[in-house]
Design a protein around this ligand. Structure first.
Ligand code: GBH
Length: 479
């Protein structure tokens, strides 16, 4: 194996890709500039009570105007890769038909700037900002939206395909479908479990159709990002080998099908996992699943992007009478408070990442893996022009150790992207949660690299983790 322990450093495989990620709506701002159309998030965030403290992303990190400075920042952090998303309503203001050249120009400049700095772009086509005009026609509950995504993929690829190698179709279809259309905590804020299942299927169909379009255009690397979590019982948090009761095992399997396999199996195996279609049929009917859809969804995937934050811990027991995030789990208890948490309230369990990577390697062999999101929000404080975010460093370090363990156990993990480069608009939490390696003062737009940014730069420089703590220098802020 290429993995080695060099002195006191855990060395990652040669060519391992280190980077950070953002998403268009969370960082760009400039929502009414240069012909951009409205997205479902522009509309949703104006709903009374939808976003904590009534925040909107109208300005966010103003990355649309400051992208050149942000690229310089990435360069100073020695990032090898930057994952960003393209705003669909910037490129196609009404989601179909007319293309807005000024919108494409922005991504053209961004990509050229990244390449000039030696940073590899990882382009996400869809990170949740659906054009509102398409939502008005039914959004992801409507089959047509999948075809519109493929058209949009073609438009973006025609413009950037000569310079961008890595094309990711959709980000976290589970969240889009079940949080957006089921619980309604995200845009478009609908509360229909039936529409959530339809949205899930159509997002995956959109992935398949977009992957076909990208491939036909000559794209080299095509993939998608899923929010994946090992589904385990509370007892397995500290004792992974624990034998489960039949009821617990069945609860785990059902939740795993809803959260992970509903997306993994169609994309990578061309089928829905056992047990899920009866739930879909009861909640939504099966009319939205057409004969050849699974073959369309099952396109070759070069890269599976894994967004990992925390495991999903469940056991057999009293659940919610109707849980719109997990339809059909009335007899499943979702457990929290089994480990210390981040500011999001998400328990910190690094072994969940190694477990997940090893499981994917066993169950879906042959697909390249990249951690496309991992990171944590903490209550950062700026003192003496510095953010001493030891808690974030500890989170990242422990998860990188878990990733290293998985690689040693045979996982084909090719890269790791921190969520996020910058503090940004954290969806329903507004600006109250900070995930960045770089602190953003929203009043002045000043960027201040946190201690974690400097720590991460050192990880990148040595392609691995120091097993002993060193004294670390700081980086000055940039206006
Ligand atoms: C990602 O979603 C998004 O892609 C990104 O845009 C976002 O900013 C980032 O994460 C941070 O939120 O209640 O303990 O069961 C994350 C999706 C789905 C992560 C549900 C954690 C459950 C935690 N997530 N989840 S828990």
């Amino acid at each position: 194996t290429t993995v080695a322990t060099r002195g006191k450093t855990l060395v990652f495989p040669e060519g391992f890709v280190w980077g950070a990620a953002t998403a268009a709506y969370q960082v760009e701002g400039a929502v009414a500039v240069d012909g951009r159309g409205q997205s479902i998030w522009d509309v949703f965030s104006r709903r009374q009570g939808a976003i904590l403290d009534g925040h909107t992303a109208d300005t966010a990190c103003d990355h649309y105007h400051r992208y050149a400075d942000d690229i310089r920042l990435m360069d100073r952090l020695d990032l090898m890769a930057y994952r960003f998303s393209v705003s669909w309503p910037r490129v196609q203001p009404t989601g179909s038909g007319p293309v807005n050249p000024a919108g494409l120009d922005f991504y053209d400049r961004l990509v050229d700037g990244l390449l000039a700095a030696g940073i590899t772009p990882y382009l996400t086509l869809y990170h949740w900002d659906l054009p509102q005009a398409l939502e008005d026609l039914g959004g992801w509950a409507s089959r047509d939206t999948a075809h519109r995504l493929a058209d949009y993929a073609r438009v973006v690829h025609d413009r950037l395909g000569d310079r961008v190698a890595a094309w990711m179709t959709v980000n976290e279809p589970w969240v889009s479908a079940f949080v957006g259309y089921g619980i309604g905590a995200h845009a478009p804020g609908r509360t229909s479990p039936a529409d959530a299942f339809r949205a899930a299927h159509h997002l995956m169909l959109g992935h398949g159709l977009a992957a076909q379009a990208l491939r036909a255009g000559g794209a080299q690397t095509v993939g998608l990002m899923l929010n994946l979590a090992p589904v385990i019982t509370p007892g397995q948090v500290n004792d992974p080998g624990l034998t489960l009761s039949a009821q617990d095992a069945e609860a785990v399997e059902r939740v795993d099908a809803l959260l992970n396999r509903q997306f993994l199996d169609p994309a990578l195996r061309g089928e829905y996992p056992p047990g899920i279609l009866p739930i879909v049929e009861r909640v939504a009917g099966l009319g939205h699943i057409h004969d050849h859809d699974l073959a369309t969804i099952n396109q070759p995937v070069d890269l599976l992007g894994i967004n990992y934050y925390t495991p999903c811990v469940v056991r057999s027991g009293p659940g919610e009478p109707s849980n719109a995030a997990y339809p059909g789990t009335e007899d499943v208890e979702f457990c929290g408070a089994y480990a210390p948490t981040t500011a999001m309230g998400w328990p910190i369990v690094p072994t969940g990442l190694s477990r997940l990577l090893e499981h994917l390697t066993r169950e879906y062999p042959g697909v390249g893996l990249v951690v496309t999101e991992n990171g944590a929000a903490f209550d950062d404080v700026v003192t003496d022009d510095r953010v001493r975010d030891a808690d974030r460093i500890a989170y990242l370090e422990s998860h990188l150790r878990a990733a290293y363990d998985a690689i040693q156990a045979g996982a084909d993990l090719r890269g790791y992207l921190v969520w996020s480069l910058l503090d940004n608009f954290e969806w329903a939490e507004g600006y109250t949660k900070r995930f960045g390696l770089v602190h953003v003062d929203y009043a002045t737009q000043r960027r201040l690299p946190k201690d974690s940014a400097v720590w991460y730069r050192d990880v990148i420089r040595r392609n691995g983790l120091h097993t002993e703590r060193a004294r670390r220098p700081t980086l000055e802020a940039v206006a």
